[in-house]
Design a protein around this ligand. Structure first.
Ligand code: PXP
Length: 249
């Protein structure tokens, strides 16, 4: 089906729920989006259950897991409440992200260095239950080394800064960030971590990230859901896959 199967696409469906919640009704249904994504070639579904439940809500997690037959990557903050929910559902993967109530989206990566001991304790039961634990990080050597020390299996590199710099047309700074991402993907891989990437990726920005040989999964949401207004979700995913596969070749 997908030529570049060594690079997986996780489709983040949070913003289908954002639209649904704007009306307080049950439409559009993120489960339907998950099923269309699966059918269109997504290798996984990603959903972020935020503390304030601004998009995905608790019931969505159970419904998505029940409906799909590809893995769910459950994004969550490192809180007791989320750990309990994750242990209850045991999704294929959990991705630990920083979360601030006032932010519009996940700003920056987790500070593992600051909270190394607690995070190590926090992820242990998740790993023991069989969830693959990923940590969302900026391209920062200290953070990557700390993620490795706490026993995470995966790091997801935050591509938001690279994408923002691209659209701000600060190409020199964008290229410097791309170099950092390149180096950090390689470092993480050398430490035995599986490397993912995501945040802010679009048709225009995906290729240089998809080219990084150590990166095995991209998680993309906002742009795909936005683009589905114009192209349809299926077409948007197919086009993204084509760009990823082409970059990989
Ligand atoms: N990866 C992580 C860890 C995220 O928190 C998000 C946003 O929820 C994404 C990827 C996807 O980012 P975007 O919606 O900008 O594509």
């Amino acid at each position: 089906m997908n030529a570049g199967k060594n690079l997986r696409l996780g489709v983040n469906i949070d913003h289908v729920a954002t639209v649904r919640n704007a009306r307080g009704s049950s439409y559009p249904d993120p489960v339907r989006a998950a099923l269309i994504s699966q059918e269109a070639g997504a290798d996984g579904i990603t959903a972020h259950l935020r503390e304030d439940r601004r998009h995905i809500v608790d019931q969505d997690i159970a419904s998505i897991i029940e409906a799909i037959n590809i893995p769910l990557n459950f994004e969550m903050a490192a809180t007791d409440e989320m750990q309990k929910i994750a242990l209850n559902h045991t999704p294929h993967a959990v991705c630990i992200v920083p979360e601030k109530r006032e932010e519009r989206t996940t700003e920056g990566g987790l500070d593992v260095v600051k909270d190394e001991y607690n995070l190590a304790q926090y992820i242990t039961p998740l790993r023991e239950k069989g969830c693959r634990v990923s940590i969302f990080l900026a391209a920062d050597e200290k953070q990557i080394r700390a993620a490795s020390r706490i026993g995470a299996q995966v790091v997801e590199l935050h591509t938001g800064a690279y994408c923002d710099l691209h659209y701000e047309k600060k190409f020199e700074e964008r290229n410097a960030e791309l170099s950092r991402l390149t180096e950090m993907a390689s470092l993480a891989h050398s430490l035995g971590l599986e490397v993912h990437a995501g945040h802010g990726l679009t048709f225009e920005t995906v290729s240089p990230i998809a080219e990084l040989p150590e990166v095995v999964e991209l998680n993309i949401g906002h742009f795909l859901i936005g683009e589905s207004i114009f192209l349809g979700l299926r077409e948007a995913i197919i086009k993204m896959r084509e760009l990823m596969d082409k970059a990989r070749l």
